[in-house]
Design a protein around this ligand. Structure first.
Ligand code: MTE
Ligand code: MO
Length: 508
């Protein structure tokens, strides 16, 4: 037992570094509970009722702290044991660490709503722990006095400093990971406890004919969990709602400041708007349709009284991202809102909780600022925004477009009547017709589902009499002003892709 403490210390240092790395990764990448907290949650779920009651009886509201401290003690003892076992019976120590990681992986994937990525931090913790332990114990083995003595001394010191450095790096990573993820986790908890206020004006009812029941066709309203996500945020900003403020500044007569409570007390309105990304390729899926709850930005701007020479509003998110929106799009009466709700739920954190902008008719990069904290009234010739500084157009009106959802491209179908269906959009203008073309045939008119409003996409369907062979299907939309979607192929840079979506189908 003379050589117990050094290998045990190496075990603790290795596991600390592994857990630290995992906390850091979970803070930046996975953004769900930390691996340690996830194991804690699993233990809470598995503990028999009487244990939970006993713990709550003993520690009251300190029960969670008790759980975490106990867990830490167990992990430290286990890590020390793993270090010692690795010294006397390799590779038992490394196997023990692997087993600990497996518990973490199990805890992560069995949490409801979690996926396989949530297991990454625990797997990483085990991997880092195993590698470091193998390395440190290997170093210790080389310090054996049976070997050349002077060298043993030198490498013993090296072992101690390396172990200490490993433990320190782990502790720093752990603290940084906790600090970074802390805001996110707090915001997540605040969101879970938040109930949306009732709308003062509900969205116009969705006409029953607005939605076709066709398997594979995009649902008229995109569920929040399926809504595309685009942003530059490595770490989703965690904003405590009580700390949220919106400041309206710049070329205004009165600066305006609004708290979250003040925003919620205003008469909120529901509106259904389809949001699209400028990076959406022809046929792409960076588009979604939701019913938003929010407050019209024009009323807030009216309070601030913009100067007549202003032509742009530069919105900034809590993490510094910016968008430049033409002021007329925010004041011309369209449903340009500060949204707090998405499909009856508080905004999901990744979609901008607690407050984002939604502006019908403009691509997201010039309008849909998530985690928005300031609106500066200004001019296009005085300010540029995040993506305009990177080669994208200053103005970003959504382009008329359409997509074939069914049949899926490359699919084999049976000859006879085949339902072809998809969506078409031209936000804030509206879609008036959709045509489908089979190979080099005539353009055939598709049947349009009813429109919710010009601000949303429209479903369409076409009954195709399919004949055996391989065919190309194309779709083309016409907007409410009579403009026909162009077939000219253009890339997404600088202001959105054009061209017609086509698919290949084999008919048997
Ligand atoms: N703060 C912030 N807001 C942002 C962005 C961003 O990078 N940061 N990206 C914008 C872009 S390019 C788009 S297309 C939409 C996407 O919104 P969604 O992720 O809710 O679908 O958000 C916009 N708002
Ligand atoms: Mo975007």
């Amino acid at each position: 037992m003379t050589d117990f403490w050094r290998p045990a210390g190496a075990g603790v240092a290795s596991v600390l570094a592994g857990v630290g790395a995992a906390e850091l990764v979970s803070a930046f990448v996975v953004q769900n509970g930390s691996p340690v907290l996830t194991v804690g949650a699993l233990l809470i779920d598995l503990a028999p009722g009487w244990v939970k009651e006993a713990v709550i009886g003993l520690f009251g509201t300190g029960d969670k702290a008790f759980l975490i401290v106990s867990l830490a003690v167990v992990v430290i003892i286990g890590a020390g044991l793993a270090g010692w076992l690795e010294r006397v019976r390799p590779p038992v120590g490394r196997i023990l660490i692997g087993a600990g990681g497996a518990v973490g992986v199990l805890a992560a994937v069995t949490r409801s709503g979690n996926g396989i990525v949530d297991a990454v931090p625990s797997a990483l913790a085990a991997l880092v722990g195993i590698l470091l332990l193998g390395w440190l114990i290997g170093m210790l083995r080389d310090t054996q006095p049976t070997r050349v003595a002077p060298l043993g001394r030198v490498s013993r010191r090296r072992f101690l400093t390396t172990s200490a450095a490993t433990a320190t790096a782990g502790a720093v990573a752990l603290v940084v990971g906790q600090a970074v993820a802390g805001g996110f986790r707090a915001a997540s908890a605040a969101r879970a406890a938040f109930h949306l206020p009732r709308p003062a004006r509900t969205a116009p009812p969705i006409p029953p004919g607005a939605s076709f029941d066709i398997p594979g066709l995009s649902p008229l309203i995109t569920p929040n969990a399926d809504f595309y996500r685009i942003d530059t945020a490595l770490q989703i900003p965690g904003i405590a709602p009580e700390d949220w403020r919106l400041k309206i500044t710049g070329m205004v007569e009165h600066e305006v400041e609004l708290t979250f409570a003040e925003l919620l007390a205003l008469p909120l309105e529901e509106s259904t708007t389809t949001l699209t990304c400028v990076s959406n390729e022809v046929g792409g899926d960076l588009i979604g349709n939701a019913t938003w709850l929010g407050y019209p930005i024009r009323h807030l701007l009216a309070r601030a009284k913009p100067k007549p020479e202003a032509d742009m509003v530069l919105s900034t998110s809590q993490d510094g991202w910016t968008a430049g929106t033409p002021i007329e799009a925010l004041t011309d009466g369209r449903n340009a809102i500060l949204a707090v709700g998405m499909n009856g739920q508080p905004l999901p954190l990744e979609h901008g909780y607690p407050v984002r902008m939604v502006v019908p008719g403009l691509y997201g990069y010039v309008s849909a600022t998530k985690w928005v904290v300031s609106l500066e009234v200004t001019r296009f010739d005085q300010h540029t925004a995040y993506w305009t500084d990177r080669g994208w157009s200053e103005r970003g009106p959504v382009k008329l477009s359409s997509r074939i959802d069914v049949p899926a491209s490359g699919r084999q179908v049976n000859a006879g009547t085949v339902t072809v269906a998809g969506v078409a959009w031209s936000q804030h203008v509206g879609v008036s017709a959709v045509h489908v073309r089979v190979d080099e045939g005539e353009w055939q008119e598709a049947t349009l589902a009813d429109a919710i409003s010009p601000d949303t996409w429209r479903q369409w369907r076409y009954a195709w009499q399919a004949t055996p062979g391989t065919h190309t299907l194309r779709v083309r939309a016409t907007d409410a002003k009579g403009m026909v979607q162009t077939s000219t192929v253009r890339d997404v840079v600088p202001d959105g892709a054009t061209g017609l979506h086509s698919i290949q189908v084999t008919v048997a």
